[in-house]
Design a protein around this ligand. Structure first.
Ligand SMILES: [Zn+2]
Length: 131
């Protein structure tokens, strides 16, 4: 059982998300390591003109990320910072899988709102949750 917490902007628990989207047959991206649902497929959005982005961080690690409005299966594990941000005006925090703590991406928060950039080779698309 995944515990409720109020890390999500709207306070919605992961179990509530999955039951709501299951009723609409929405597929979910799951953590590739532990299979926990991470984000519904219909949360995918374009940011700066594209859903997918490839970035290289100051440590020379390259990440291929997809942008999503929410990521109920993740938890932030760092404070927001604007340092080396990939999206100007958006402060980032590291987010990890709520279940296995694998680093799945980043949460970006700015004046225009919040979104998540998730590392696409660390999540996998599955059928409707519970089916
Ligand atoms: Zn996981």
């Amino acid at each position: 059982m995944i515990p409720c917490d109020d890390d999500q902007p709207d306070g919605t628990a992961l179990a509530d998300w999955t039951s709501e989207t299951a009723s609409r047959n929405v597929r979910w991206y799951h953590c590739a390591r532990c299979d926990t649902p991470v984000t519904p497929e219909d949360a995918a959005i374009n940011v700066a003109g594209s859903h997918e982005h490839t970035f290289t961080n100051p440590n020379a690690h390259t990440f291929h990320v997809g942008c999503f409005t929410v990521a109920p299966g993740t938890s932030p594990v760092s404070a927001d910072t604007l340092e080396h941000t990939w999206f100007p005006g958006y402060a980032w925090a590291i987010v990890v899988c709520r279940s296995c703590s694998t680093h799945l991406g980043w949460r970006f928060r700015g004046d225009a709102g919040t979104f998540h950039g998730l590392i696409l080779d660390r999540i996998r698309l599955f059928g409707p949750t519970g089916v």
